[in-house]
Design a protein around this ligand. Structure first.
Ligand code: LLP
Length: 439
């Protein structure tokens, strides 16, 4: 995910837009998202603003499930709420038939509030608190993915005290390097996630003997923004071996949750297709008679969102100009946090065809890390020009903060040629409304 060193190989503005059919330049209206001019949204709602294409989310969900069906697999999709937890997105995926993968009590409540039935919710995460586990029990969620022997003990005690039987899967750490950014790789033995591969059989047997605990299968997740299928194949094969071993010992295994992680092309990097992932799943599990599940986030929502921003000023320097935006790392933290590359394109069709020059695109926050792009070839931009930062639908708004006392941006939903605000821009006084001076 590190930025490529050679900006001359960057895709042009036109290439970036052409690769995303939900975006298009109209000579007069400028950049349109599903036929809705982004300039009009910026004029009305202001910037920075997140804008999401519902049609793209829906199309991607259908493409993913279609690829699974074409491979003859019946895969239960639990949308990873963490990628974009807006109620609108949750309701969309719920309406398409997806369940949810949640990692906190907050996500659990948001998913149910958006209409996803608790029986379709899988609760993952390395540190679920007692209160969160109690909530999961009282909501009777479909499955809790257990990440440690300690958590299993905790849940067993709570289940007994609350007189509830709970379906669990063991999240196993397959010790596979997914080859992605270090901060979001999760399946190596040294990562904090999952139960050590060699401990899984004993712990599964122990769980099966516990009252009120019903082990139904295994889960894995080896990382995010994975751009190769080899780590998946390796991990799936290890999971399939475990299923055999467990069954050989007379233990029942009915489900395998294959995790999320499917990467997307932010720049123009080759990315695996859902069909490729389906083939890898089929290769490992086809003769096992297990119910397969997965927890995709980024692949479903990442490309469907843009972050609209305005140019505050262009600072000329002896090196290259700094285009300073009104959006910052508090809005989209991915470049600062993971050195992530995001396409940046002008909203005006006239701006888009100007001669490309190198510039740095930055936010106003007081850190050099508040940089969206370095030495990026972009047409000249002037103050008040609008830009769209691409592929911001996943891990965008959900990771934003109010650092530098900057209110959270508005969120807009585009569907069927119309748009609506799905989250108001945070009012400035909300920044201190729950604070008080010490007595
Ligand atoms: N399931 C589990 C247990 C996870 O931990 C994750 C993501 C997913 C599913 C969804 O993975 P996806 O399909 O979205 O790759 N903030 C980072 C990504 C962190 C991913 C954490 N876990 C980023 O902006 O790249």
């Amino acid at each position: 995910m590190a930025p490529p060193n050679d900006p001359t190989t960057d895709p042009s503005v036109q290439d970036l837009v052409a690769a995303r059919p939900w975006l298009e330049y109209d000579a007069i209206a400028g950049l349109v998202l599903d036929d809705v001019p982004l300039a009009g949204i910026a004029d009305t709602v202001g910037t920075p603003t997140w804008v999401y294409s519902a049609a793209t989310m829906r199309a991607r969900y259908k493409a993913l499930t279609g690829a699974m069906n074409d491979a003859g697999l019946d895969v239960h999709v639990h949308y990873a709420v963490k990628a974009n937890d807006s109620l609108a997105a949750l309701a969309l995926f719920g309406g398409e038939g997806a369940g949810a993968d949640v990692v906190s009590g907050g996500e659990l409540l948001k998913a149910t509030r958006a209409g996803i039935h608790p029986s379709r919710i899988v609760y993952s995460g390395v540190g679920k608190s007692q209160n969160e586990l109690r909530l999961a029990l009282s909501e009777d969620v479909g499955q809790i993915n257990i990440e440690s022997a300690e958590e299993l003990e905790m849940l067993s005690a709570l289940a007994a005290a609350n007189d509830r039987t709970v379906r669990i899967a063991l999240r196993v750490n397959p010790d596979v390097d997914a080859g992605t950014n270090d901060k979001i790789t999760t399946g190596r033995a040294t990562d904090k996630f999952g139960i050590a591969y060699d401990d899984a059989v004993a712990l599964y047997a122990k769980a099966a003997a516990m009252p009120r605990i019903e082990p139904v299968g295994l889960a894995m997740h080896i990382g995010s923004q994975i751009l190769g299928l080899a780590p998946y194949r390796q991990a799936f094969n290890r999971m399939a071996d475990l299923v055999h071993t467990l069954r050989h010992k007379g233990l029942s295994v009915t489900t395998v949750d294959c995790g999320g992680g499917l990467g997307i092309p932010y720049r123009n990097e080759p990315a695996p297709s859902p069909a490729g992932l389906a083939a890898a799943m089929k290769g490992a599990f086809h003769n096992l008679d297990v119910r397969l599940a997965m927890e995709p986030g980024r692949w479903l929502v990442g490309p469907a969102g843009v972050l609209l921003a305005s140019v505050v000023l262009v600072k000329q320097t002896a090196f290259e100009p700094f285009v300073v935006l009104d959006a910052a790392m508090n809005d989209l933290v991915r470049p600062a946090m993971y050195d992530a590359w995001h396409g940046i394109v002008p909203v005006s069709a006239i701006d888009a065809v100007g001669p490309a020059r190198r510039c740095s695109v930055v936010g106003p926050v007081c850190e050099s890390g508040d940089t969206f792009a370095r030495s990026r070839l972009l047409p000249p931009l002037v103050p008040n020009a609008r830009v769209a930062i691409l592929d911001a639908g996943a891990y965008g708004a959900v990771m934003s903060s109010t650092y530098n006392a900057r209110p959270m941006a508005a969120e807009v939903w585009v569907d069927g040629g119309r748009w609506s605000v799905i989250r108001d821009r945070q009012p400035i006084d909300a920044l201190w409304e729950r604070e008080r001076l010490p007595t």
